[in-house]
Write a protein that binds this ligand. Structure first.
Ligand code: HEM
Length: 440
């Protein structure tokens, strides 16, 4: 059943847009870090530069864009109205941006209090948002799989945050924690409990709607969320088990992620759209990257030399974070932003001033050029893991160029919005003035 969207509940444009606009600056910064640090950064998943890079992308881009999207989607899709959305957005945005920078500074050891500062900023911001969102969902009947998955994603968000803060406290010596084991649990809650749960909640609505595919099978949408939560809880037990059992406990999460990617690709193949647009292509890239990551994980189970190689977790991380989540988020931004700009300008024009067509807001040709740059950056990052001496700097530069191009696209859309809004206000003011003059 197609979800009913209530756009009259949409928050002010600036509430979600501030997150979307600053998110690309973080992978740009991550690219700069790789350009500066070079091959040593890629020596292992645990190098300070690699952990900082991971979180500039995971918190600075992924978490930021997804929380911005939730501010937009919760009222429109679930009817869950956030109190004072602009105030909440402003506070959360400030805490999230400064928290992500402090976390990266903590991993790079830039100043002693960086980790505690990051824990306070991200704890207050992300924790505060999770509470407000949970309250806004209170009393909303779980009539759709999306609403149920939004709730699960919020549980995942709380899980990743508590574990992340425990790890940050452990790394700054505030308390003692089993770092490696807890990191593995943190990664499961972050990528699956939060990332995949939220992606599925949104996908059930936007894939059929924007990509004109059949709906996700009802049995799938009913079972996927609860199965994912159980799988993440199972994976959280892995630190307590022997290695071979720990791997078995990790498998359900990987299998469910592969099933989600495969199901989405299957639906995309049945799209009624004559020609796939940029958003469809970004989603396809993301699902293929997700499948490749699952395959890599499986092969590393059966090929010991691969499992012993420090590079495979880096390949896995790049496929999941850059190839997977970044691609699907970019695909969504290229659909949401032109639509939101059209919607808000149409409402502002009150039928007197027609809003620009969505294609005029952001040209498809610019989106496709970005797709090529993003694909190039993904490929270079993967190749740099295999040949860091030759490609690490270039991969960093490619990530900077691709993210910088996304930023210029969003900046151009913001400029168009501001210029058209000013024109609308002038026309409406003129009309009011004319009426007042006639009345005088
Ligand atoms: C919001 C607050 C967060 C904090 C405070 C935080 C903190 C940390 C810390 C301290 C580590 C451990 C590094 C080590 O053991 O040396 C870590 C690892 C990791 N975190 Fe986070 N994190 C946060 C959010 C996220 C998010 C949102 C994601 C992904 C969506 C994420 C993904 C990861 C990954 C993949 C690792 C493992 C890195 C590796 O093993 O290569 N984190 N995090």
């Amino acid at each position: 059943m197609q979800a009913v969207l209530s756009f009259d509940q949409a928050p002010p444009f600036a509430a979600p847009f501030r997150f979307f606009l600053t998110a690309p600056l973080f992978p740009l910064l991550a690219g700069l870090l790789l350009l500066i640090e070079g091959p040593p950064a890629l020596a292992s998943r645990w190098t300070p530069a690699m952990l900082a890079l991971t979180h500039l992308i995971a918190v600075g881009f992924m978490l930021q864009a997804m929380l911005g999207a939730m501010i937009q989607i919760l009222p429109v899709v679930a009817g869950a109205n956030l109190p004072r959305p602009l105030l909440v957005a402003r506070a959360l945005h400030l805490l999230l941006v400064t928290g992500a920078l402090a976390l990266a500074a903590g991993f790079l050891g830039l100043f002693a209090s960086a980790f505690p500062l990051a824990a306070v900023l991200l704890g207050t911001g992300v924790g505060g948002f999770a509470l407000i969102a949970a309250f806004s969902l209170r009393g909303i009947p779980a009539t759709s799989a999306s609403i149920r998955s939004f709730r699960l994603a919020l549980v995942g968000l709380c899980g990743l945050l508590v574990l992340g803060i425990m790890l940050a406290g452990g790394l700054s010596g505030l308390w003692r924690v089993p770092l490696i084991d807890l990191t593995r649990v943190h990664v499961n809650w972050a990528l699956a409990g939060w990332g995949l749960a939220l992606l599925s909640a949104v996908a059930y609505v936007v894939v059929p709607m924007f990509q004109i595919t059949p709906a996700y099978p009802a049995r799938f949408t009913r079972a996927f969320g609860p199965a994912l939560l159980i799988a993440v809880l199972l994976a959280s037990l892995a630190p307590l088990a022997a290695d071979d059992v720990a791997e078995l406990l990790q498998m359900p999460v990987i299998v469910l992620a592969a099933i989600f990617c495969g199901t989405t690709l299957w639906l995309q193949a049945r799209s009624k759209r004559a020609r796939p647009d940029a958003t469809q292509k970004f989603w396809r890239l993301a699902m293929l990257a997700g499948l490749a990551a699952a395959l890599l994980w499986a092969v590393a189970r059966i090929v010991p030399p691969l499992a012993a190689w420090d590079g495979w977790p880096l390949l896995f991380g790049i496929l999941v974070l850059v190839g997977g989540f970044m691609s699907v988020i970019i695909g969504m931004l290229y659909k949401i932003i032109p639509f939101l700009i059209w919607l808000h300008l149409q409402n502002r024009g009150k039928g007197r001033v027609i809003a620009p067509n969505m294609k005029a807001v952001l040209a498809e040709s610019r989106m496709l050029r970005h797709l090529r740059l993003h694909l190039g950056a993904c490929a270079l990052l993967l190749a740099a893991v295999v040949w860091p001496a030759g490609l690490a700097h270039l991969a960093g530069l490619a990530l900077m160029v691709a993210s910088g191009y996304l930023f210029t696209n969003l900046l151009a859309a913001a400029r168009l919005y501001r210029q058209h809004a000013a024109r609308v206000d002038a026309v409406l003011a003129e009309a009011v003035h004319a009426v007042a003059k006639e009345g005088a």
